[in-house]
Design a protein. Structure first.
Length: 420
């Protein structure tokens, strides 16, 4: 991981950034509560603190940032289409994106905001000025069509890279699918994430290499990373309790461990835009909601246990011989114990698009997973799509897959080895 935390400023010398930091940190002091359905632990883990002066390093030797990095509060995801079939244009774009990303992750501007010349156009759009690095990470992905004969890059295709198979749940809006390049910008300030994507889109357009395809702005991380309390999704349930957090598990399930050296420490990114039918959910009995996930809403404890991190027991039955965690519960179908040990990293965010044309809340989950084999996502989603009790309340409306090359070494750029 490429994390590095900048030390906070000396006492007595406060900047706007320090004040922001203090305000957010004190707002995060949430008392412990307890309930009949399991104990709720205090939400006070080290990685829950927002420190807008914190920065992550873009260059490194392992995987790209934004994967193992504990999820920040906000995301802007964007997929792009190539508008040039010339591999040199792609090479230049990846090099220009890489140096711009490194600067923005340090909280710097990528050009003049107000050029001296009267006729000058700004090199940076300016809206992130003075907001700090805000833990910005930008993760760049390459879509299946990058590795085509037309691009002259078919020989560089990572062995498992391909389009996702069709799955039972697919109900896509064609405008929310696919893409040749992906940008996942995450930050603790939404304007910092937005600024990063906006300026990278500007570079893509200015070089005539790529055009915007689809995008999602998300909030309220719906996955926990190491050292973070488990957040809640828009159905009000803790999401990410049994996510991957340990280095050994990243190595085993997330990072690619085979193939040419430059593919190792890469990963496959699956993105699904999943609409959640909020109004229907909100009139459902909570006991039914608990059975749908297989967990208690308040505590996050499995229905077979008492505390959030109790291991679910999928075999235990109640007095009438029924499984305590129903076989159609989301966790019964997705758990690694019931899927030949398959595990994926979930790094999802809630999203809202306001209201739909019927006046219903248009919102859901921007589901993002990382795994070292796209088939791992497909195996889980094939089961979920066929039998998950949650399906009554969700629709998969968008989908894409990208190969995530490893982090570039200092002085290099993302995907440089594609062009050697
Ligand atoms: C194919 C992968 C998955 C999709 C798509 C998915 C959608 C989805 N999930 C929730 C909410 C929860 N998911 C939870 C657990 C969980 N989900 C998946 C996979 C997908 N989810 C896995 C692998 C797991 C872990 C299962 C386990 O090992 O027990 C939970 C429970 C808490 C947790 O462990 O995270 C919730 C809640 C929603 C709302 C959703 C689509 C909108
Ligand atoms: Fe899930």
């Amino acid at each position: 991981m490429n994390d590095k935390s900048k030390p906070a400023r000396e006492a007595g010398n406060f900047t706007r950034r320090d004040l922001l930091k203090g305000a957010v940190a004190s707002a995060l002091t949430i008392p412990a509560v307890s309930s009949a359905h399991g104990q709720i632990e205090a939400q006070h883990n080290p990685e829950d603190r927002v420190d807008l002066s914190r920065e992550h390093a873009f260059y490194g030797t392992g995987g790209q940032v934004g994967i193992e990095t504990p999820p920040q509060r906000h995301i802007m995801f964007m997929a792009f289409d190539l508008t040039s079939q010339n591999p040199r244009d792609l090479q230049v774009l990846l090099a220009r994106w890489s140096s711009a990303i490194a600067q923005m992750m340090r909280g710097e501007t990528i050009g003049q905001i107000e050029p001296a010349r009267n006729s000058g156009v700004g090199g940076d759009t300016g809206e992130a000025m003075d907001l700090g690095p805000a833990s910005l990470t930008v993760t760049v992905g390459l879509g299946p069509r990058i590795f085509s004969e037309a691009m002259g890059l078919a020989g560089k295709k990572p062995p498992l890279m391909r389009e996702l198979i069709q799955l039972p749940s697919d109900n896509f809006d064609p405008e929310l699918t696919g893409g040749d390049l992906s940008i996942q910008a995450c930050a603790d300030d939404p304007q910092v994430a937005y600024h990063a994507v906006r300026n990278l889109a500007r570079i893509a357009k200015a070089t005539g290499t790529a055009a915007t395809r689809w995008s999602v702005l998300g909030f309220g991380r719906a996955s926990a990373g190491k050292g973070q309390s488990t957040p809640r999704n828009l159905f009000g349930f803790k999401d990410g309790t049994r996510n991957i957090t340990e280095k050994a598990d990243f190595k085993r399930h997330v990072w690619i461990n085979e193939g040419p050296a430059w593919q190792q420490q890469g990963s496959y990114q699956v993105v699904r835009k999943i609409r959640m039918h909020i109004e229907n959910w909100d009139v459902d009995r909570v006991s039914d909601q608990n059975n749908i996930f297989g967990r208690h809403k308040l505590s996050g404890a499995p229905l077979s246990g008492h505390k959030e991190f109790d291991q679910p027991d999928f075999e235990v039955k109640d007095q009438s011989g029924e499984r305590v965690i129903p076989a159609t519960a989301h966790i019964s179908l997705a758990a690694h114990e019931n899927n030949q040990g398959i595990r994926i990293l979930r790094r999802s965010y809630n999203y809202t698009d306001g209201l739909n044309n019927l006046g219903f809340l248009d919102a859901g989950l921007l589901f993002i997973s990382y795994q070292n084999d796209p088939a791992h996502f497909e195996t889980l989603q094939a089961k979920l799509g066929a039998a998950d009790a949650l399906n009554e309340y969700i629709s998969h409306i968008g989908s894409a897959i990208f190969f995530i090359p490893p982090a570039p070494a200092e002085g290099s750029y993302i995907g440089a080895e594609l062009f050697t």
